[in-house]
Design a protein around this ligand. Structure first.
Ligand code: C5P
Length: 230
């Protein structure tokens, strides 16, 4: 029963947007505020969980009381922290916006202004942290009871946000996926969120439009249920 239903559970949450360095002062980044991840951490701690929050760049947010905060910069840094922290966790929730690409070269000195147009920036793929955690569990390299991903989707002519979410849940191989409808001022840099919570057990729960803490509560309800059924 609330509010201590996550007591004794260890949860690891990623939040914010990674920044991929171009030179000592410049980076490639994204608009993630970290608000959803912080809300997940706050609610989980409030419900008694032992919470580790792995945060890349975020807006100016208050670290929730009782939460262990680990700050990271790049996707590579987040990857190594997440792989270490995920081991033995009851739930791993990847709410971070991880940059898909990074500059091939991180220039050591500040790139100088020139008279001519600069060379294009060559990019390389970043690791998919969520997929790697799932893979490591399958290979028996780490144990984590529930692995939860997030997906920001827009519908298109042929399929809906929900269809994209179902496909991504299967592709990523995680146990649960929160699908957010994005675009037109939804999800990023705002206080509210909405979407679907999909489970690999076939459950599909609509998350009504509302505060990010509401989405967090819905997620922990479902995680708590699944953990106590295991
Ligand atoms: O494929 P897509 O980027 O939409 O997947 C989103 C999910 O995957 C989120 O949970 C995000 O944190 C995670 N992710 C990741 N590593 C990446 C890209 C996304 O862990 N390089």
């Amino acid at each position: 029963a609330l509010p201590w239903d996550l007591e004794g559970r260890r949860v690891v949450i990623s939040a914010g947007g990674t920044r991929e360095s171009l030179d000592p002062v410049r980076y490639l980044g994204n608009r993630s505020s970290g608000r959803q991840g912080y809300a997940l951490a706050r609610i989980a701690a409030h419900r008694g969980a032992d919470v580790t929050l792995v945060a890349a760049h975020t807006a100016d947010l208050i670290t929730p009381a009782g939460v262990r905060l680990i700050k990271v910069g790049t996707a590579e840094e987040m990857r190594s922290v997440m792989l270490a922290e995920a081991d033995g966790a009851d739930a791993v929730v990847m709410a971070a916006a991880v940059a898909d690409f990074k500059p091939v070269n991180r220039v050591e000195h500040k790139i100088k202004k020139t008279e001519r147009d600069p060379e294009p920036v060559a990019l390389a793929r970043n690791p998919d942290i969520l997929a790697e955690i799932v893979e490591a569990r399958s290979a028996g390299k780490l144990s984590a009871s529930l692995i939860v991903g997030f997906a920001a989707e827009t519908g298109d002519a042929s399929s809906s946000v929900l269809d994209h979410g179902r496909a991504k849940l299967a592709r990523k191989g995680c146990d649960m996926l929160v699908v957010n409808a994005v675009g037109e001022g939804m999800a990023f840099e705002v206080e509210d969120n909405s979407g679907w919570l999909l489970g690999d057990d076939g459950t599909e729960e609509r998350i009504a439009f509302g505060a990010k803490s509401l989405l967090a509560s819905t997620l922990w309800d479902s995680v708590g249920r699944r953990l106590s059924d295991q």
